[in-house]
Every structure is written in C-alpha cells, then in structure tokens.
Ligand binder design. Structure first.
Ligand code: COA
Length: 703
C-alpha cells in the first residue's frame, strides 16, 4: 500500500503544477496564484496556466484544459468559481493529476455540503487527494512553491505550519518573517473535505525537511485517528497545537455528572496530553516553542541552572520555573567553587547564579563553560539585563563562544532584557541557535515546553493484560433496555453491568415478593437497604421507594410492603420490577469515576472528588480511551482527591490500585459496548490499602 507520504508528496512537493483558473487580470486570485508560483522560484517550465480564454499569461503558454498539458501534472491548484470546480476536477481525473488544492470558496462553509461531497466523490474515484476547498493554498519553501495567494513565501526553515484559518495563515506569514521564523511549509486546510490535519501530521512526521509540526485548529473531525497518528508522530517530532473554539458538547438526555463536566475542550486537552501534543495558548507561545524545538537539543535530565546578572530577573525566572515544574538544581560545592572564579565576592552561587551587575563578557563565558562542561547540569537559562558595564552584543558573543568551545549537547536559552540593542541581540542569538526571549518568563516557558516533551518521550506505557469481564451478561442487560426504548438503566441494572465488568458493587439482589426479599436479606446479612426497582422512577425517595438501616427479617418484610404501598399510591403508572435488597456498606473516602462518550474522540474517562459536591468542586481530570496504566495514575495524581487517597492528617493510604483497576474496567466497558453514552459511578467508597473499594451508586446512560 502506498504510504501517506508517497501520496501527499504530489500535493506538497510536486514536480509540476497547473493553475486552473489562471485569470488574466492582476487583481484576480487565479492570476495572483500564478504570479506567486513564478516569483516564488518554482521552475517556470513546470508551471501550466489553464484558462480557455487566454493564449498566454505572464509569459507562460496557456492551455484551455488541464487535459491539453503535454506533460504529466502532479498537482493542480483550482481557482475557478465553485460551480465550475466539479467540471475541472473531472478533467484532472482524466488527465491523471495526482493531487488538487481547491482555493475556491462556496461549499460546506455556506451550507453547500452536498456540492462538497460531490467533489470528494470525483476525487476519490479518480485516485486524487484533495486539499480544501476554501483555502489560501500551499507555501512550500522546500521546492520554493508558493501555490497560494499569500503575498510571499515565508523564510526557509524546518517548522511546518498547518492552519484551518486561511486569513490567519496569510497574516502569519508576515509575522513569521518579522520574527525570522523559518517554515518548511504553510498549508491551509479550509473545509478539510478530504486531506485533513491527521493526514498532514502523518506526512510531516515522515518529511525529512520538517523538524517541528505546528497547527492552528478550530475542530478535529477524526478524533480517534488524530489521537493514534499524533501519538505515533510525536514520538519522532514535537507537535505544537493552538486549538481555538470551544465546540458544542452533546448533553445527554439524563444529565450525568461526567457528561456535564466533559466539554469537548476537556476531551481535546486529554487527547493532546496523552498523545504528547503540546498545547499553546497563543501564537507567540506556539512560535516561541517551535523555535526552541527547532534550534535546541532535548535535555537529558531535570537539572536546570539559571545564570543572571540581575537578581530580580532571576527571581522572576525562578517563580515561573516553579509554576512550570522545572527543577532548579542545587549547585554542588565543587561546582560552586569553579563558578566563584567568575564573580565578585558578593556574587551568589545559589541557583539562580547571580554574577551581579558587574558581570563582564569573560565572566559570562567562563561560568557558562563551567556549566556546559558539568554532566550534572542538563539545561541552562542565561539572563542578561542591559547595564552600562557591558554591551548586549558582547554577552551574546560570550554565550555563542562558550557553546562553540564546549559543544551543543544541552539546551541553552537566553533572555536579554533592555531596549533596541537587546532586541537586536535576541534576534541574532535566536538565528544563531540560542533561542532568546525578551522576558525571563517566556524563556522559562519555552524551556518547559522542551521538558514536557522530553517527559512524554520518557513516559512508559503499559496496557492492562486481558481484564476478566462478562461482556455477554452486560450486553444482555443493555440490549433489553435499548429494545424497550429506554435512555438509561435502572440502578440495579447499572450495578449488574458494573459487576459483570468486575467493578465491585455492594452485594444485592432483586426480590419480587415479600418472601423473596426476606430470603435474600437472610443470605446477604444486615444492615440492608431496600429500594424500588422501576425503569420509570428516577427519584425513588420522593415516592417513598427507599428504606435504609434494616436489621432483621421482620424489618425487611415491613419495609417491602410499605414501599410497595407507597409507590402504588404515588407512582401508579410506573412499571414495578421488584425491590432491590442491598447490603449497606461502610463509608470510605468518596471519589467519582465516570465515562462520557465524546462524539469525535470516543470514551473520555473522568476521575475526581466524589459525592454530592462533584459539580461544585470540579476536582476532576480526564483521559481518553484506550488508556495505559500510567495514564490512569497520572490522571489520578492531577486531582486533589489523590492527596486524600494518599492520606493526610494521619489517615492511612487508601487502595489506589483498586481505583486504577475500576477506571480501566470502566474504560473497557465503554470500548466494548458502544450503546453506552455515559457512566457515573458516584460515590465510589475507597477503603484502606488492600481493602479495595465499592461502587455505591452506578448510573449508566444510553445513547
Ligand atoms: N478552466 C480554467 N479556467 C476557467 C474555466 C475553466 N473551465 N472557466 C473559467 N475560467 C477562468 C475564467 O475565464 C477566469 O479567467 P479570466 O479572468 O482571464 O477570464 C478565471 O478562470 C477565474 O474565473 P472568474 O469567473 O473570473 O472567477 P474569479 O476570479 O472572480 O473568482 C475564485 C474565482 C475561485 C477566486 C472565487 O470564486 C472564490 O472562491 N473566491 C474566494 C477564495 C477564498 O477566499 N478562498 C478561501 C481563503 S481562506
């Protein structure tokens, strides 16, 4: 099978390009695309303008149809009005064109989804990959191909930028030029009718000219595939994403806690985290980090050292490092002694190392060399505040010379704080391979992006070996409810589904008569709870359907009859299936475990502080299925509930391992039975280590 790289190569790295709709008048987009291709530097004899009304345009021979081009055409840019696009696309199929980029608007974005579908059908039938429609085009600096109506090509570089917004793409070219950010490609994906971000991530993952993949996205339509591909690619190259727009979430008919807390954005966050995709909140962050990845080696350990000539700037960097989870190394005495040679007696060898305002070029160079040479140091942040003592250029030289003399095996980032000269020096240093930022915090944040990625690469993944579950039994209960047209299972049915999946629930049984209730009670033992079982009664207590604290056969018999009488009076229409006799359980530490099926991403698992205050506390975290055991531990550790489970104020540690097991089983249940929309297990009472946990209340909501 042809790999995606081989297929998309014709779209992104074509040998020959046709412009269908190469207009004669300079103000028209088709004309601009042709002009851009020529001026961008793509070989003139490999460009074919198509226009039935012209002989030649911009000095190139024009063809009435792509079918008349005497050479093979790898890629066609289509710039004719929407209504003509299907026709010219058919011509492309006949010609054997391999890929098309449809700039034309007027499809799904204005409600013409059928017309767009037709384009995909034609393209698929003809074995063509289609980018767009509704795009600005492709800028590829590898082949010097500006197949777009962007004003010019970006600077050459190794960062690929995929954008869902065309206008933003155009605007950002100017911005990246201003900042000297080099791109391998800028690809506008528009309506994503065929080629989408998943295909492009896979392509750039293979592309030897791309080191970092960046994206601006508003939505991800193939969530499961995105997760799988992004996870695969991010093990090779960093992926940084700016995801805007909080897509509407589906709200289940019977709102579960998990459903109401799991907005789509939460799902995206979970996917990004698990796939190793770094999420940037703004464009400056996105490109700050992309530059760091493009220019620097990854660290080989956690020890970071800050070198500064200004105490205040060092403190700011330290604060940010703490927020970002960056570990500032304790400087060992032998290393401190070596550094003392490059500072006045009142300098500080604590981390941040303060060379003081008296710092000279030689001190910066000497101390940085010491740090770069020491294998215990894994990354360095050099901060410079412009003083009358030194010139920014000299300190820049000191950094570059130190790196040159010791070698570039560790990440070094810098922050130069000051006016115009510092700004210029920052640009020079960045261009020379030392990403330099105008504030210490930004430098720390960029470094933390490297660290997050490095940690992801180290992150192990162990998947649970086959969990013993009774799928048949669970499916039977769900199938019956679906056949009855129900949107949720009863509490008893939910508990039985959970039980079939090895999720511990209190001992319970359904009794259909007073006698049966007493027999079951004697078997289970006391104290007990009795509750009405009916698919039509949601709030059991309100109809007198619950009795708690029952301690004898007599009490059970009495409770059974009272429940039946009360329900018959207060909910006469409800279908009654019996009474659930359930063992009362000791209370433990309360957590919630939940699942919400995101329409694009699939099962999203939730863990957090449980009980009645779930939605108020919002102490929850999410991960998407399939999840590794490490994912589950990380998910638990992100919450305050974890601290409670670990034990505080003399409380012993709770059975966290059992909680992990229940989360994995809940995920399996969701994977196995797609009819389930939401699962809420709240509260789960967690007992001391080794004593397990019990799902006190399970709610299963169906699609
Ligand atoms: N094959 C090739 N060329 C053809 C053709 C055919 N079958 N039929 C017509 N053409 C030519 C036209 O003759 C014209 O050339 P001319 O001006 O020399 O006569 C050229 O194609 C363009 O057609 P025209 O009807 O003038 O359209 P236009 O240039 O006004 O608009 C688009 C075409 C695609 C630019 C416009 O429909 C559009 O979609 N604009 C929005 C683009 C956009 O914003 N994209 C998203 C960015 S985020």
């Amino acid at each position: 099978m042809t790999s995606i790289y081989e297929k998309l190569k014709y779209l992104l790295r074509p040998e020959t390009v046709a412009v269908i709709g190469a207009a004669r008048e300079p103000h028209k987009i088709g004309h601009q695309v042709l002009k851009n291709l020529i001026e961008g530097g793509f070989s003139r004899n490999k460009i074919f303008p198509i226009n039935p009304h012209a002989e030649s345009i911009l000095g190139l021979k024009c063809y009435p149809s792509v079918k008349n081009v005497p050479q093979p055409v790898d890629m066609a840019v289509i710039v004719v009005p929407a209504r003509i696009v299907p026709r010219v696309l058919e011509d492309c199929v006949e010609k054997g064109v391999k890929a098309v980029a449809v700039i034309s608007s007027g499809f799904k974005e204005i409600g013409k989804a059928e017309e767009e579908k037709k384009l995909v059908e034609i393209a698929r039938k003809g074995g063509i990959r289609l980018l767009g429609p509704n795009i600005v085009g492709i800028c590829d600096t590898v082949r010097s191909m500006n197949a777009s109506f962007c004003q010019e090509l970006p600077e050459k570089g190794d960062i690929a930028f995929i954008t869902q917004s065309g206008a933003l793409g155009i605007a950002l070219i100017g911005w990246t030029k201003l900042k000297h950010i080099g791109l391998s490609d800028l690809v506008s994906i528009g309506n994503k009718a065929d080629v989408d971000e998943v295909d492009l991530i896979e392509f750039f993952g293979e592309d030897p000219y791309t080191k970092v993949i960046t994206l601006y996205l508003e939505g991800i339509s193939r969530g499961r595939e995105f997760y799988a591909i992004a996870k695969k690619v991010s093990k090779k190259k960093p992926i940084i994403i700016l995801k805007a727009g909080k897509a509407e979430r589906t709200i289940s008919a019977i709102k579960s806690h998990t459903g109401s807390l799991a907005g789509s954005d939460v799902a995206y966050d979970a996917v990004f985290k698990q796939a190793g995709v770094i999420r940037a909140p703004t464009f400056p962050d996105l490109f700050d980090w992309a530059i760091a990845f493009s220019k620097l080696p990854l660290p080989s350990g956690e020890n970071v050292v800050i070198l500064t000539n200004g105490g205040g700037a060092g403190v700011m960097a330290t604060d940010e490092a703490e927020i970002r989870g960056i570990k500032l190394m304790d400087i060992p005495p032998d290393l401190a002694d070596k550094i003392r040679e490059y500072m006045p007696p009142f300098g500080s060898v604590y981390n941040p190392i303060d060379l003081t305002g008296m710092a000279t070029k030689d001190w910066y160079r000497g101390s940085l060399e010491v740090l770069l040479e020491d294998p215990r140091v894994h990354a360095v942040l050099v901060i410079y505040c412009h003083t009358a003592q030194t010139e920014p250029r000299d300190i820049g030289d000191a950094i570059l010379e130190a790196i040159k003399s010791i070698g570039k095996s560790k990440p070094v980032v810098a922050s130069f704080i000051g006016g115009e000269e510092c700004h210029k020096e920052c640009e020079r240093l960045t261009a020379e391979g030392v990403p330099c930022y105008e504030s210490p915090e930004r430098a720390v944040v960029a470094l933390s992006a490297l660290y997050n990625y490095w940690r992801f690469l180290k992150h192990k993944e162990t998947y649970p070996v086959a969990l013993d579950v009774d799928k048949e039994r669970a499916y039977e209960i769900i199938r019956r409810a679906v056949e009855e047209g129900r949107k949720a299972l009863t509490a008893y049915e939910s508990a039985m589904v959970a039980k079939a999946y090895g999720i511990p629930v209190p001992e319970q049984a359904l009794a259909k008569s007073e006698e049966e209730a007493v027999n079951v009670a004697e078997k289970i033992g006391y104290p007990l709870v009795l509750s009405i079982e009916s698919p039509h009664i949601l709030h059991k207590t309100e109809v007198g359907g619950v009795k708690v604290g029952l301690n004898s056969a007599e009490e059970v018999a009495k409770a059974y009859n009272e429940i039946m009488e009360s329900v018959a009076k207060r909910a006469p229409q409800a279908e009654i299936r019996g009474v659930v006799v359930r063992k009362m359980i000791p209370e433990g530490r309360e957590v919630i475990i939940g699942m919400h099926r995101d329409p694009a991403i699939g099962p999203l698992l939730m863990f957090g502080s449980g009980g009645i205050l779930v939605e108020l506390l919002k102490d929850v975290s999410f991960r998407v299925s399939p999840l590794s055991i490490e994912d589950v531990y990380e998910m638990i550790k992100e919450t305050k509930a974890y601290k409670m489970l670990k034990g505080f104020r003399g409380m012993p540690e709770a059975d966290i391992e059992k909680v992990v097991d229940v989360i994995l089983r809940t995920a399996k249940l969701a994977e196995d039975i797609p009819e389930i929309l939401d699962i809420d297990i709240n509260p789960v009472f967690v007992f001391e280590r080794g004593k397990g946990c019990l799902a006190a209340d399970v709610k299963v909501v169906l699609k």
